[in-house]
Design a protein around this ligand. Structure first.
Ligand code: GLA
Length: 668
């Protein structure tokens, strides 16, 4: 696949006489792809059963005439007014029982059979019309799935889904411990929808019910997606691929499950906080690459600014280009801007775009055009390449849901906890795969996991990994729960006790940080070993009990009496493989976490992509190409060898990187 640069184009927002200026400017900017059609249902089917695809045919032909490939987004995130008026049962119902109001988007009920039939029909019409159009390279189903509906359709479907899953109410009652608070069900129709949190009645619903509801939502979206995939596959040539634009770390459903039916995953990355943060933003790329362990499309990103942040500041000059290259560095096959040109009215008037309402380029157009030229120039370096990582950080939606339902400490944000492991790796320019806790782990040197929900399959793979010589870091709250979100009848980390060489005697939610003194001597090459600095635990601390053959790497200082002097971090080495399991029993402060991960990385023999770069310079490798990206300060970089920069054409060992500058280097 070539490296694509693209934009979301909404020809239906403008008279056809204006389309010519759009596509000409797209071509001039070096765009190679446009996405059309998502949200255009009222233009494609203005009245029930009356289809009007002619304008889209003409728009696609015009784009093709200007050398642009086309991705069609199915319009199903925006059901038209004729439909919601005639069939209000297609509307999503909120937790208070009120149906959505027409006039926004994503207002559909994903469990409505009627809605699915409408979606199937419009997707089929599009597939029949464009499924063999050589200029259409792929399809995006819907747009950013997100709405949850508490309708009667949803209730019935959920109850049926539970019946299929558990087979009998006895099995469900036992797994959910429903005798607790007299929840015992004697009829499937008694099972409620877990109306979030309190809703006036004080107490949340059963954690098992809540977890199953999220899994059910996942299955509902999977069915919704498959409903359209089926008709597209049946009518389109096999070379047209199918994707969906996910939203990074959004946790409304299990993205691994939905990705299974796609050719590849895509995502929409925005920077509402203003600036590119290599650790935070790269984690989203690595996550999306992990959905299918395959490169992805960045199918939406901001051309400068968004319109929905508290302050919609523009990225710095050069930063939009840097962000595009960062996506490529982490496995993007395409970078597409949202959007090409604003509609004159509608909810997103203020959003960044390449073209202003007068049809002329905005200032950002020149920067994006530069990226377009560079993609053409250097894109071939990335053909058939991806990121090669020897570290995996494991991630699970079920764990995040379960932890969020019962944080036990208000600040225990499972996503922030995961990022606390990712950040020290990113800071060291170590390539990371973010993978499902259910992934196979062959080939990795270091795996970081905190499998809160643990079953035998997950445990066996982690055990196999350590027995095979791998280094495993186990975070807090590992091994607490079963797949029904019930407590496991063992001490943490339950099925992993033997491989960890330790167990958790007790856990504590911390109001105040607790001192931690490490016994670890630094292992940096070329430096005299010295003790890693002391630090603190915050939010969460576990009292670890090591086995006799397990080393204690750090202990708690004086705190609540319970933790005083107890083991906080342990290390157990498996013989004869040398595989090692570290239990990190506390959420460590940033500095201690950073030095601990740095130490473990060296123990595991993990190397950075390039050593010795200034802290502000991020580097990733794809194939033979090293992509170096600077942040806001100018920096001089000396590479270990002479290299050619494929963007500037310069060959040297030393490169001067201006703020947000990019070098794409191959060794010469
Ligand atoms: C989302 C949507 C787009 C657009 C952008 C604006 O990602 O998919 O349609 O609304 O946000 O940032």
């Amino acid at each position: 696949m070539p490296l694509h640069l693209g934009a979301a184009w909404y020809p239906e927002h403008w008279p056809e006489t204006r389309w010519g200026e759009d596509v000409k400017l797209m071509r001039d900017a070096g765009l190679t792809v446009v996405r059309v059609g998502e949200f255009a249902w009222s233009s494609l089917e203005p009245r029930e059963g009356a289809f009007n695809l002619g304008w889209l045919e003409r728009a696609i032909a015009l784009a093709a005439d200007h050398g642009l490939a086309v991705v069609i987004g199915t319009p199903t995130a925006a059901p038209p007014a004729w439909m919601t008026q005639a069939y209000p049962d297609v509307l999503a119902v909120n937790a208070d029982g009120r149906p959505a109001t027409h006039g926004t988007r994503c207002h559909y009920d994903v469990t409505s059979e009627r809605y699915l039939a409408f979606c199937r029909r419009i997707a089929e019409k599009l597939a029949i019309c464009f499924g063999h159009d050589a200029h259409v390279i792929g399809w995006q189903i819907d747009n950013e799935y997100n709405t949850v509906s508490y309708s009667e359709d949803a209730r019935r479907a959920f109850q049926n889904w539970l019946r299929q899953r558990y087979g009998s109410l006895d099995a469900l009652n036992a797994a959910w411990a429903t005798a607790y608070w007299s929840q015992t069900y004697s009829d499937w129709t008694q099972i409620p929808l877990p109306i979030q949190g309190t809703h006036g009645f004080g107490q949340p619903h059963n954690p098992a019910l809540r977890l199953k509801w999220r899994q059910f939502i996942t299955e509902a979206y999977r069915r919704f997606q498959l409903n359209q995939i089926e008709v597209i596959r049946a009518n389109a040539t096999p070379s047209q691929w199918i994707t969906h634009n996910f939203m990074g770390f959004f946790d409304g459903f299990d993205h691994y499950v939905l990705s299974a039916d796609l050719d590849f995953a895509s995502w929409d990355q925005y920077y509402p906080a203003g600036h590119l943060d290599f650790a935070h933003d790269s984690a989203g790329h690595d996550l999306t690459r992990g959905f299918k362990r395959k490169n992805f499309w960045l199918i939406e990103t901001q051309p400068g600014s968004v319109n929905w942040a508290p302050i919609n500041s523009a990225q710095d000059r050069g930063e939009t280009r840097a962000a595009a290259w960062n996506a490529v560095a982490h496995g993007a096959e395409a970078v597409c801007y949202w959007q090409w040109r604003n509609a004159l009215n509608g909810q997103e008037q203020y959003h960044g775009s390449l073209i202003a309402p007068d049809g002329d380029p905005r200032p950002i157009y020149a920067e994006i055009s530069r990226t377009g030229r560079e993609f053409r120039q250097a894109g071939h370096l990335f053909d058939d390449t991806s990121v090669e990582a020897s570290v995996a950080v494991l991630h699970s939606y079920e764990d995040r849901w379960a932890l969020d339902f019962q944080r036990h400490h208000a600040d225990f944000d499972p996503l922030q906890y995961l990022v606390s492991f990712y950040r020290p790796l990113s800071r060291r320019n170590i390539a990371v795969d973010v993978l499902s806790t259910r992934a196979m782990l062959d080939g990795y040197k270091l795996v970081i996991a905190a499998p809160h929900i643990l079953d035998e399959a997950i445990a066996n793979e982690l055990i196999r990994f350590v027995e095979g010589g791998g280094h495993l870091v186990l975070g807090v709250r590992s091994g607490m729960k079963t797949p029904d979100n019930a407590l496991r009848p063992q001490r943490q980390p339950a099925l992993l006790q033997a491989i960890a060489g330790a167990h958790v005697e007790e856990y504590y939610a911390l109001r105040e940080p607790v001192d931690i003194k490490s016994m670890i001597r630094s292992n940096e090459t070329g430096k005299r070993p010295k003790l890693l600095p002391a630090g603190t635990a915050h939010t969460w601390a576990e009292w670890l009990v090591p086995r006799r053959d397990t080393a204690v790497l750090a202990r708690y200082g004086a705190s609540n009496g319970w933790l005083d002097g107890q083991a906080a971090i342990t290390m157990h080495t498996h013989s004869p493989s040398g595989g090692t399991a570290y239990m990190v029993g506390a959420w460590l402060d940033d500095a201690l976490q950073d030095s601990l991960i740095g130490w473990i990385v060296a123990q595991a023999g993990v190397e950075p992509v390039l050593p010795g770069l200034p802290a502000s310079v991020h580097v990733m490798r794809r194939g033979q190409a090293y992509i170096l990206i600077n942040n806001a300060e100018p920096k001089s970089v000396t590479l270990p060898w002479r290299a050619k920069d494929h963007l500037s054409g310069k060959t040297a060992r030393r490169f001067m990187l201006e703020p947000w500058d990019v070098v794409v280097a191959t060794r010469v």
